[in-house]
Write a protein that binds this ligand. Structure first.
Ligand SMILES: Cc1cc2nc3c(=O)[nH]c(=O)nc-3n(C[C@H](O)[C@H](O)[C@H](O)COP(=O)(O)OP(=O)(O)OC[C@H]3O[C@@H](n4cnc5c(N)ncnc54)[C@H](O)[C@@H]3O)c2cc1C
Length: 455
């Protein structure tokens, strides 16, 4: 790709599209993006998928590569840990990391998207809004587009197409027709709904600002992330069917009664609960795995179009941004052989995106259920103690995923070993002071090697 003047056509100006455009423009490529929605800077749209995102090390690294991170510091709120709310309203704070630098950052999806769109255009990318990609010709490389306002249909030649069009990718739909294309999608039996806690007087947050709030209730949960305007973006995760499900909460009275009994301290801060509940759609959550991600050197899937994951590790966007930096690193090293570049990209990424997909499913049980359990809290303390004593060797699974750029597949494999180690070390103890350090030494030396840590 290096020596080629070919224009790169991106489908989708969500989060990955504009970031990739910026990184490609820095390398001199002409870039055009086709986006099915209207320009969100001019037309306000109703709430889409979760209004807030947790941005962590992998995403920040990508924004640094695009020279955007420093400018975003005023639109993020660092969250230092989980604040758990019991039914009785008791609060338990559990730090995410070993110190104040290990935080995750709450950012509004819309503000991030707007910053990326502005930066992509400033750097010379051409963005066409209201243009839905409806097809892709694998032989000629042409894309079919429909103007969402006029219904006008056009066909555009495209030497290279990169699909950044999310989990329902139109380009991937076309690739389903390839012989030996592997595809799986798995929906959770749970849905989600966005709710809001408004700001208090003078824009003050009504809950602790620097925390991700969780109301874990075993089979379901409510979470809340802070916004810079003093509000909290909340997400209610519930089964679709059964008792305490979206199917069972169909009237205003049922919703309020449910919150009164399960989330009373949240309800007292949600004066418009029922309005929000019935105005916002119920979202679905899907894990998508597929391969290959590319058609020769002509088309490539990236971000959610290649690997949608469930949101419970807060990594979908971070992982997509890491796709972008990985592709650029390979491009800088490999140069012009596009077919080879796309092949190497999938080879390097797929094992890792499969790993984070599995980790995200696993983290759902942890968030909705185990975070409220005292044995689990003890394990977390033991993890931090082990990390303090063996910093290059024992890094908690959450930290490997969130605060480092250790490949996700390594985090998954080492995380499983560490989980077994923690079970052994915690079996007969009641406090972190009781750790048997001799046993810990033996287990660490036997099962773990030093880790290459990238921040
Ligand atoms: C409830 C929830 C919470 C989440 N929380 C987090 C979090 O805390 N941290 C995190 O890292 N990730 C999180 N994620 C995941 C994150 O939102 C996604 O991974 C990320 O948005 C993927 O970016 P993308 O650019 O690949 O796709 P998208 O953001 O979905 O963007 C795709 C774009 O393509 C456009 N498009 C679609 N089809 C077409 C077409 N045919 N033609 C033209 N344009 C098209 C769409 O309009 C959209 O603008 C969360 C997801 C959900 C559902």
């Amino acid at each position: 790709m290096k020596s080629s003047p070919d224009k790169i056509t991106l489908i989708g100006a969500g989060l990955n599209g504009p970031l990739l455009a910026i990184l490609l423009r820095r390398r001199g490529f002409p870039v055009e993006i086709y986006e099915r929605r209207a320009d969100m800077r001019r037309v306000s749209s109703s709430a889409g998928r979760s209004i807030n995102l947790a941005l962590s090390t992998r995403g920040i690294y990508a924004l640094q590569q695009a020279d955007l991170w420093e400018g975003m510091r005023n639109i993020i709120i660092p969250m230092k840990g989980r604040m758990m709310h019991s039914v009785a309203g008791e609060l338990t704070f559990q730090p995410y990391g070993k110190n104040e630098t290990e935080v995750i950052n709450s950012i509004s999806r819309a503000e991030l998207n707007i910053a990326l769109l502005n930066a992509a255009e400033e750097r010379g990318a051409l963005i066409h809004f209201n243009q839905r990609c409806t097809g892709y010709d694998r032989k000629t490389g042409a894309i079919q587009l429909r103007n969402e306002l006029t219904d006008e249909e056009t066909t555009n030649a495209a030497a290279v197409v990169i699909a950044c069009d999310g989990s329902a990718s139109a380009i991937r739909t076309e690739m389903l027709k390839l012989s030996r294309f592997n595809f799986s999608q798995h929906y959770l039996d749970y849905g989600y709904k966005e709710l809001t806690i408004p700001a208090g007087a003078k824009g003050k947050h009504l809950l602790e600002t620097h925390a991700l709030h969780i109301w874990p209730r075993g089979n379901y949960m409510l979470i809340a992330l802070p916004n810079i305007d003093g509000t909290f973006a909340c997400i209610l995760f519930l089964p679709f069917q059964g008792t305490d499900s979206f199917a069972s909460l169909t009237s205003e009275a049922q919703v309020v009664k449910f919150f009164e009994s399960r989330f009373p301290d949240a309800l007292s801060r949600m004066p418009r609960l029922a309005d929000n509940y019935f105005a916002n759609p119920t979202g679905t959550m899907v894990t998508i795995k597929c391969s290959p991600w590319h058609v020769d050197g002509k088309a490539l899937l990236l971000g959610d179009s290649a690997h949608a994951i469930v949101p419970f590790f807060g990594q979908g966007l971070n992982c997509g941004f890491e796709d972008c930096t990985c592709l650029m690193e390979l491009l800088d090293r490999r140069g012009s052989d596009r077919a080879r570049l796309f092949y190497d990209f999938e080879k390097e990424r797929k094992v890792n995106t499969d790993a984070i997909a599995d980790l995200a499913i696993e983290n759902f049980t942890e968030m909705r259920d185990r975070v409220a359990d005292s044995r689990f809290l003890l394990r977390k303390k033991v993890e931090l103690a082990l990390e303090a004593k063996y910093p290059q060797v024992f890094v908690p699974k959450y930290a490997m995923v969130t605060f480092h750029r250790i490949p996700y597949s390594v985090a998954l494999a080492r995380g499983a070993i560490q989980d077994r180690m923690l079970s052994e070390l915690c079996e007969h103890i009641v406090s972190v002071e009781d750790i048997d350090w001799q046993q810990a030494d033996q287990l660490i030396r036997r099962d773990l090697t030093p880790l290459e840590i990238r921040q």
